[in-house]
Design a protein around this ligand. Structure first.
Ligand code: SAH
Length: 207
């Protein structure tokens, strides 16, 4: 075994914050609890160790580092915010002998070679409608095995997500329903902590 789940969560809890979170890019970091659960599940299903993994909208790198610690052979980390990528690169260098391949650009436009597994916590599509679905389409285009992703949960978006997966020949599975809490980042969040329901999805390519 590469690293145990407890240690994974502990390391991921040290992920750097976004210095000045951008509202237009929906920069919400994934909690170490959710990130480690996602990665550990992917690891147990054989989707991480020895695999080429892409982290779409990687931010400061929490999911990318987790994948490396669980034995991914290569991690491609993509974000439109080049400063977040620089932070991710430096942080990851402290913990992993293998670095990430960092690509700065728009996920929906970037051209990627085939990847085994995509891991992501994409924008929820609240600020820019449809951003979540654009990320999913790109993930389905490049993933040869599976996609792990977090989405705001409600029946309508669940239906849309399932249909999008089906069109791309992927089978949808919900791994867990959870609550995500994000500190008040933007002026329209009146409460100090904004809490909402999220679903952690696994999509498996139909053979
Ligand atoms: N995956 C990170 C960050 C999640 S926040 C984590 O789990 O902590 C969503 C991320 O998507 C942000 O880093 C944001 O900069 C990035 N992003 C938003 N729109 C993007 C786009 N069109 N192309 C690439 N990255 C994008």
């Amino acid at each position: 075994m590469v690293i145990d789940k407890k240690r994974l969560e502990l390391i991921l809890s040290k992920a750097p914050r976004f210095p000045t979170p951008r509202k237009d890019l929906e920069q919400y970091p994934t909690s170490s609890r959710i990130a480690s659960y996602m990665l550990w599940t992917a690891y147990l299903k054989g989707d991480i160790e020895g695999r080429v993994v892409a982290d779409l909208g990687c931010g400061t790198g929490v999911l990318s580092l987790g994948a490396l610690l669980l034995g991914a052979s290569e991690v491609v980390c993509i974000d439109i915010d080049c400063s977040a990528l620089t932070i991710a690169k430096h942080w990851i260098e402290n913990y992993s002998a293998i670095g990430i391949e960092a690509l700065c650009g728009d996920v929906t436009w970037i051209s990627l070679r085939e990847i085994d597994t995509v891991i992501m916590n994409p924008p929820f599509g609240v600020y820019k409608r449809g951003a979540d679905i654009s990320f999913l389409r790109k993930a389905f285009e490049i993933a040869k095995r599976s996609v792990y992703s977090i989405h705001k949960f409600n029946p309508q978006s669940h239906r849309l997500i399932t249909e999008t997966a089906k069109e791309a020949n992927f089978i949808t599975e919900i791994l867990s329903i959870d609550y995500m809490e994000i500190p008040q980042l933007y002026e329209e969040h009146v409460k100090r902590v904004h809490r909402f329901k999220v679903a952690l999805y696994r999509f498996r390519k139909r053979w």
